[in-house]
Unconditional design. Structure first.
Ligand code: 1PX
Length: 215
């Protein structure tokens, strides 16, 4: 039935939401960015409870951004660009050490932004992988090149342990629910340039404002 198809998880739809993030003049809509992350978390949850500590942190950060979006200054949070401008002009960001703004949109989004780089690297490896490639290896390589340098030892250790129980490539492709492997590869080929663009635009914005190391 239509209803049961609705509930079926499909990664294509999740990755499509990142397409909707980009405005005509290449700004990034926060609402769509958050929606994209919600879908990814749903996917992560479907992989099992071992990933609970990861999705819990992601949900936490998503919720902080949603609160900003729904807050009384929500109109300042329409795009990542407007958020950065608003929070900086109003001194709502802890720039050098943690202080009175531990939940700024800027520092919170930075964590998801780094995780988006992990996603980009992991999906690119999946796209170019062969039948006997190991998801755990692709995942940890992507992690080491993106998030790991920002995480303390204990988090890196826990992440490494979780990666070890990732399903193998065939089962992983199944859960993605996109179709046969050729279709997964094609879908990734279409989705990746957009994820990459959202990442690059955010990266440049943060670099311009010296926000890449926010505590
Ligand atoms: C087909 C592929 C789709 C896969 C979708 C998977 C979505 C993954 C979502 C990961 C979101 C991770 C957000 C992490 C943010 C973060 O870096 N937080 C740390 C710093 O925050 P703080 O507020 O303290 O400055 C925080 O310490 C994090 C703790 C949790 C552990 C984070 C490990 C991240 C591993 C990412 C790889 C996910 C592996 C999924 C396997 C498919």
């Amino acid at each position: 039935s239509v209803a049961s198809e609705d509930q079926k998880f499909c990664l294509r739809e999740v990755l499509d939401t990142f397409k909707l993030c980009l405005s005509e003049n290449k700004e990034v809509y926060l609402q769509q960015y958050v929606t994209g992350w919600r879908g990814l978390v749903k996917f992560l949850n479907s992989l099992g409870s071992v990933f609970g500590f990861i999705s819990k942190d992601a949900v936490n950060k998503i919720q902080i951004l949603v609160n900003h979006l729904n807050g009384e200054n929500g109109s300042q949070y329409v795009t990542i660009q407007s958020m950065v401008k608003y929070e900086l002009e109003n001194e709502l960001v802890d720039l050098t050490k943690r202080g009175s703004h531990p939940e700024s949109g800027c520092r919170t989004l930075l964590r998801l932004h780094r995780a988006l780089r992990w996603l980009e690297l992991f999906l690119e490896r999946l796209r170019t992988s062969t039948e006997d490639s190991k998801t755990s290896v692709m995942c940890s390589e992507a992690y080491n090149e993106s998030l790991a340098p920002h995480h303390p030892w204990v988090v890196r250790k826990a992440a490494g342990m979780a990666f070890c129980v990732l399903p193998g490539r065939p089962a992983f492709f199944e859960v993605m629910n996109v179709g046969p492997p050729e279709q997964v590869v094609a879908m990734l080929g279409e989705a990746l340039p957009l994820i990459s663009e959202v990442y690059q635009i955010t990266e440049e914005l943060y670099a311009q404002h010296n926000l890449l190391d926010l505590p």
